[in-house]
Design a protein around this ligand. Structure first.
Ligand code: PFF
Length: 439
């Protein structure tokens, strides 16, 4: 479908939007990254700072992005050009498309490991491994280039397969099935984890704040994690916003998606830390937390085969529903700005991303650099520019009309404007510059 015609593709209704947007937000960021970043940065204290960022900054940034997309009815690049013609704000779109390439590149490598662990779980290949052998398996996955590339490309192919079918028949159709399944699996894992003997120490770690661990770096990490996890600051939400009908509430959508995302991150922590403490595993294992620590736990646990398999299926689902949103940012840009047909645009975008992904699979420093540049620089910077744009550049008549397009008065409008004009830009700028060591 030619997306900038009057028959522009869109989500069919509320559940479709929430499933797709929450599907984008909930991903490896919640289940793989959040628990290990929290584990390395002081547990409960990190959680508190994270929650504050989500509510105070994340939700307003998400509303801003949704309204930009919906009022412009365009991809992230075209949206800024349409709303601020003749100015350079479209650079936010350029950054967004660039960030999508970088993020999906390293994201699909981790997602590839996840698919590999689904395979290892099915074949029960991890059973009986000692902790050292488990580390060796994970290191083997990373260092065996052929295997890493195979799974990464398989994942990218699957993502492209869904995106090529369009918004309603592709993205919405699959996320509507996958997201409820994900919730069910994580709830089962939660029950298993908290009913283990010795589980309470893990809950303590997650919920009891230790503020001595908090440094400017940690605060930047929390902000970067919030942006990454909510999929904000780079155009996914602008793009999805452009597929939302005028009758839907933007504030309601942003709040539901942010709460669902945060809820799943906390549930991932509840699935992992009590089990880790119950089996005397260190919580601060970095990126290996879910690939080394967890399989060790599954090995010692009654029903471990099934729970392990469910966990990695869960992680794969979460990864797919996020990666399709990243690819969609680029595909929307290709189809609307470069006028490529959707299928062709999808395969070209996925092809370029595959090359970058292979670079990440081959070289750990490229992987680390893509992760750092996107989460700690491009996303906060993108978010900062978005709130400045909505707070200071867009006419408030337009902003208000878009937020209230569903016919309901937005009581929170004044608070929203105050946050996007003052609080969010100052907070993001301070945390960003401080974290980089510039102030
Ligand atoms: N939010 C996704 C996650 O938490 O895994 C990752 C992600 C998707 C980041 C889309 C950024 C983005 F634009």
């Amino acid at each position: 479908m030619q997306s900038n015609t009057p028959s522009r593709d869109s989500f069919s209704g509320k559940f479709g939007i929430i499933a797709a947007a929450a599907g984008s937000a909930i991903g490896l960021g919640n289940i793989w990254r959040f628990p290990y970043v929290l584990g390395e940065n002081g547990g409960g204290a990190f959680l508190l700072i994270y929650l504050a960022f989500v509510l105070l900054i994340g939700v307003p940034v998400m509303i801003s992005e949704l309204l930009i997309g919906r009022s412009a009815q365009k991809n992230v690049f075209g949206a800024f050009r349409k709303l601020a013609p003749g100015q350079h704000w479209y650079m936010i779109g350029v950054m967004g498309v660039g960030a999508a390439f970088l993020i999906l590149a390293f994201y699909s490598v981790v997602a590839g490991w996840t698919l590999h662990y689904v395979y290892l779980s099915i074949t029960n290949a991890l059973a009986g491994n000692t902790p050292d052998e488990m580390i060796a398996v994970f290191e083997g996955v990373q260092s065996s280039k052929g295997m890493s590339i195979f799974w990464t490309l398989l994942f990218m192919g699957g993502t492209a397969f869904i995106v090529r079918s369009g918004v309603e028949k592709g993205i919405e159709k699959y996320t509507k099935i996958l997201m409820p399944l994900l919730l069910l699996i994580i709830l089962i894992l939660n029950v298993r984890s908290v009913t283990l003997e010795g589980a309470s120490a893990g809950l303590d770690f997650l919920f009891n704040p230790d503020f001595s661990k908090i440094t400017p770096d940690v605060v930047l990490e929390a902000l970067g994690q919030a942006f990454f996890s909510l999929s904000i600051g780079m155009g996914v939400i602008v793009t999805y916003g452009s597929y939302i009908k005028k009758t839907e509430s933007l504030g309601g959508t942003a709040l539901s998606v942010s709460l669902a995302d945060t809820g799943i991150a906390v549930l991932a922590g509840v699935a992992i830390f009590p089990a880790a403490f119950a089996f005397d595993m260190a919580p601060n294992q970095g990126p290996g937390l879910v690939f080394v620590t967890l399989p060790n736990i599954f090995n010692q646990m009654a029903g471990g085969y099934l729970f392990g398999l469910m966990f990695f299926v869960l992680l794969s689902i979460a990864a797919f529903t996020s990666s399709i949103s990243l690819l969609e940012v680029v595909v929307a840009y290709f189809t609307e700005e470069l006028k490529l047909p959707r299928k062709k645009g999808t395969w070209i975008a996925a092809g370029i991303m595959s090359i970058l992904a292979v670079l990440c699979a081959l070289n750990g420093s490229v992987f680390g650099a893509f992760d750092y540049i996107s989460s700690n620089i491009l996303l906060p910077l993108g978010g900062l520019l978005v709130v400045v744009f909505v707070g200071w550049i867009l006419q408030s008549k337009l902003t208000r009309a878009e937020i209230e397009a569903d016919g309901k008065k937005a009581k929170y409008y004044r608070g929203f404007v105050f946050i996007v004009k003052f609080i969010a830009p100052i907070a993001i700028a301070l945390v960003f510059l401080n974290g980089l060591g510039w102030i």
